[in-house]
Design a binder for this molecule. Sequence first.
Ligand SMILES: Nc1nc2c(ncn2[C@@H]2O[C@H](COP(=O)(O)OP(=O)(O)OP(=O)(O)O)[C@@H](O)[C@H]2O)c(=O)[nH]1
Ligand SMILES: [Zn+2]
Length: 374
Amino acid sequence: MFHAIGSADGEEEKAEEDCPELVPIKTKQREEKEETSRPGAKIPVTVITGYLGAGKTTLLNYILTEQHSKRIAVILNEFGEGSALEKSLAVSQDGELYEEWLELRNGCLCCSVKDSGLKAIENLMQKKGKFDYILLETTGLADPGIITVVDAKYGLNHLAEEKPDGLINEASRQVALADIIILNKTDLVSEEDLSKLRTTVRSTNGLGKILETQKSRVDLSSILDLHAFDSLSISLQRKLQNVPTTQPHLDQSIITVTFEVPGNAKEESLNVYIQNLLWEKNVRNRDDDCMEVIRLKGLVSIKDKPQQVIVQGVHELYDLEETPVSWEDDSERTNRLVLIGRNLDKDILKQLFIATVTETENQTTHFKEDQVCP
Ligand SMILES: Nc1nc2c(ncn2[C@@H]2O[C@H](COP(=O)(O)OP(=O)(O)OP(=O)(O)O)[C@@H](O)[C@H]2O)c(=O)[nH]1
Ligand SMILES: [Zn+2]
C-alpha cells in the first residue's frame, strides 16, 4: 500500500491544485462493501518491478502502444533525476512533453511521477474516472499484484549476488514477491541457460506464473488479471494446490514452502502464528537460523466463520480477507498455506500450524522470545 505523505504548503499553486485531498484510511471497509455489491468497482493496481535494465519500460511501452480493448493507465514512477523526462519522451511518440496525463489512441493513459504514487493515482481517479487497470513502474515498492521482469542474460548473476551481512539481494526479493515473473531478453541466451534460470526462479518462487518474452512482448490477458484472479477463492484454492515445496538452489537461497492442515483456527491464534513469523521473527529452523518470510499466501478456515478466508502477507504487512465463498461442509475445512522466504523448514512451520489449529501448547518449542532475529 502507499503511505500518504502530507503535502508541503507550496508556493506552487498549480501543483497543489493537481494534488487532491488524501482519503483517510478508514474508507477501506466501505470500499470493500461497494466492491462486493458492485463487482469490478475496484481498479487493480499492478506494480512492475525488476532489476536495472531488465525491460520494465519496454513492457510499459508495449502495453501503451499495443492495440487492445482495455483502458489502462500507466504511471512511470522514476526516482532518478532526468530519467523520468527521458522515459516520458520515449512513451509519448510525437515528442510531446507532459506533466499532465498523456492520452494514447489505444485507450491508455500515461503519466510520470517523481514522488508519491498515491498522488498520481488519486489524480487519475478524479480526472478520468474509470479504468480497467493501473500499472505502476517502480524499483522498490512492495504490494500484492506484482510483475517482476528478469533479464534472461544477467538474471542468474543478479540472483546469486551475495550481499554483506547475509542480507537478501534485491533481485531475489523481487522474484520472491512476484505474482508473475517475466523472463525477458530470451533472444540473448541459449536454451540451456534459459532453463537454468527457469529452474532457479521456480525454486525461489513456486507460486508465481513464469512467462518468457523478447522485448517484453507478453500476452496482455495473462498479466492483467492478478487481483481479479486472487479474489476468487476457488481459483486460489486450485492454484495453491499445485504449488510444490521447493529445494534451495543456492546456499541460503529463498524457497517456497507449502502445506495443508485440516481444521479450524481461532482468528486470534492465527494472528499469533502469522505475527510470530512476520513481526516477532522469532521462529527458527533446526540450525537455529531465523526464518525470514517475504511472502505468505493462503486459504484458511477460521472458527465460526462460514466463509473461506484469504491470508496475504508481504514482509511485515498482512491481512485476512473473507471471501464470498463458503465452506461446503465441516469435513472440507482445511488450511492451505504457501510461504516464500529464507531458512524455512516445512515440518516446523506445519507443526506450529497444527498446534495453532488444535491449540496445544507446543507453540513455544521454536519460539525464542528473548532472541529476536535481526
Ligand atoms: N536483446 C534484447 N534487448 C532488450 C529486450 N527487452 C529490452 N531490451 C533492451 O534492454 C534495455 C533496457 O530496457 P528497459 O525497458 O529500459 O529496462 P528497464 O527495466 O525499464 O530499465 P531501468 O528503468 O533502467 O531499470 C533497452 O535497451 C531495451 O531495448 C529483449 O528482449 N532483448
Ligand atoms: Zn525503467
